[in-house]
Ligand binder design. Structure first.
Ligand SMILES: [Zn+2]
Length: 315
């Protein structure tokens, strides 16, 4: 789903692009470094509209044919490449086709724009094949690499692009945005469940996510108080929504750490060794993060979940 609204947290990035265009120094390659779910692809579409809108005086107008085509991913001069459904990578063949197309003149009077989202899905060979285009770009071409993990891009690719940072909104702004885009719902809880930004939730069921969060946090509380043993839940967690449960745990622990730290600031307890409570939270947070990295591998998930939850139970 494409959102109908322009998020307020795009403003600083939009100003940067406008200033670069006004000064005639917009780079041919832009690395859009977004916080997860902050809307990097939407910002890339906005930039494509900005340089291709038929009403330059108020570009992007959002209403002309160019703007509408770009919004619908149908503009002949604007191509978006994302991984195909059966793959986590952007394959080399479509990248080659796109590079060949970038050397042709634009159909309209604007720019040829190539959007890679997420750009960290560029398979190394596919990334390599872009280097020459970035070094010797045709006039009025724009390559937009959208990623929340720039370190996963080839260093040679990163170094040939200008960076544009898109910081995510506060949770309150994100909840307001989702309410405006999708209607009322438990958006704050849904956002706390995934820990990511609002664009990752545009198609989500907020009530289901809120319920999953309540179940996960209640189970953790029961384990912490000794009312429940990890083997009793490990299998259920391993087989159902494990990735979201791990995101939910990480986001919950991060919130608890932030709360504890702000209490420490207020009461001037800093300077001494970290209190045991916060050490416990940091250790658990590290363990969750390690588990999230492993969750896509062929590890025995039930055993791994059980080991993770025992860390919470034992402390
Ligand atoms: Zn327009």
């Amino acid at each position: 789903m494409t959102s109908p609204l322009l998020p307020p947290w795009f403003e600083s990035a939009r100003s940067e692009v406008n200033a670069a265009l006004a000064a005639g120094r917009l780079a041919h390659g832009l690395l859009l470094h977004e916080d997860p779910g902050a809307g990097g692809l939407e910002l890339a579409r906005w930039i494509a509209q900005r340089v291709n809108c038929s009403v330059p005086a108020r570009a992007p107008c959002g209403e002309c044919q160019s703007c509408r085509w770009i919004k619908a991913d149908q503009h002949p001069d604007v191509t978006r490449l994302s991984p195909e459904e059966d793959s986590e990578y952007i394959k080399i063949e479509p990248v080659r086709e796109l590079i060949a197309d970038l050397t042709l003149t634009a159909h309209g009077r604007g720019y040829k724009v190539a959007i890679f989202s997420p750009a960290d899905a560029l398979y190394p060979n596919a990334g390599n094949s872009l280097l020459k285009t970035l070094e010797e770009p045709s006039k009025r071409t724009l390559i937009l690499l959208v990623t929340s993990q720039p370190s996963r891009l080839l260093p040679t690719l990163r170094s040939r692009c200008s960076r544009l940072r898109l910081a995510g909104p506060t949770r309150e702004e994100a909840a307001d945005y989702l309410t405006a885009a999708r209607g009322a719902g438990p958006w704050a809880e849904a956002l706390a469940t995934t820990g990511a930004g609002p664009f990752s939730l545009l198609d989500a069921d907020p009530a289901a996510l809120a319920q999953l969060r309540n179940d996960t946090i209640a189970t953790l509380a029961d384990i912490g108080s000794g009312n429940l043993q990890p083997p009793a839940v490990a299998d259920r967690w391993a087989k159902s929504e494990l990735a979201i449960r791990l995101s939910c745990l990480e986001s919950w622990v991060t919130d608890r750490i932030l709360e504890t730290e702000s209490i420490r600031d207020v009461t001037h307890l800093s300077g001494a060794a970290l209190p045991p409570k916060i050490c416990r939270l940091f250790e658990f947070s590290d363990a969750i993060r390690d588990m999230r990295k492993l969750a896509h591998t062929s590890i025995n998930k039930t055993m791994a979940v059980e080991a993770l939850l025992w860390r919470w139970a034992r402390q």
